[in-house]
Design a protein around this ligand. Structure first.
Ligand code: RB5
Length: 151
């Protein structure tokens, strides 16, 4: 599995730790930046990671900002993206099993490195359960189309 990962300036240290962790497990990493603590705008990073996820099959995204809120809001504006901000492993599992989330968002000012690793491990090993959840995800997709129609 390929992982596209990105963060704003608030998430640089956590991103570095997460990449090291994922490389131990031989995941292929696409690092979409940012690469320093100089201030950047999180929607730009959300767009880059979302693009990688949508263009490549079998790619999951990880987005990090200070709280995880802004970057997940931004990512969820993009059709086909289901970004879930998770503060614990229970939510990470259900985000995959029920919501078919394709991006995990984490708040670097909220979540420590060890917990972040645990959340990521759970997210990546969990699978969408489809069934009744498929109907609901399809309804999310139709909401996206409706908002396009409204302009
Ligand atoms: C940047 O200071 C901060 O606003 C950003 O990382 C994030 O927390 C926004 O939701």
């Amino acid at each position: 599995m390929k992982i596209a990962i990105g963060c704003d300036h608030a998430g640089v240290q956590l991103k570095k730790a997460i990449i090291e962790y994922l490389q131990e497990d031989a995941y292929e990493i696409v690092d979409c930046g940012t690469f320093s603590e100089e201030s950047v705008d999180y929607p730009d990073i959300a767009e880059l990671v979302a693009g990688e996820v949508l263009r490549n099959n079998n790619t999951q995204g990880i987005l990090i900002c200070g709280t995880g809120i802004g970057i997940s809001i931004a990512a969820n504006k993009i059709n086909g993206i289901r970004a879930a901000l998770c503060h614990n492993s229970f939510c990470a599992r259900l985000a995959r099993e029920h919501n078919d989330a394709n991006i995990l968002a984490i708040g670097a000012r909220i979540t420590g490195v060890d917990l972040a690793r645990d959340i990521i491990k759970t997210f990546l090993k969990s699978n969408f359960q489809a069934g009744r959840h498929l109907r609901r995800v399809e309804k999310i997709n139709r909401l996206e189309q409706k908002s396009c129609e409204r302009g």
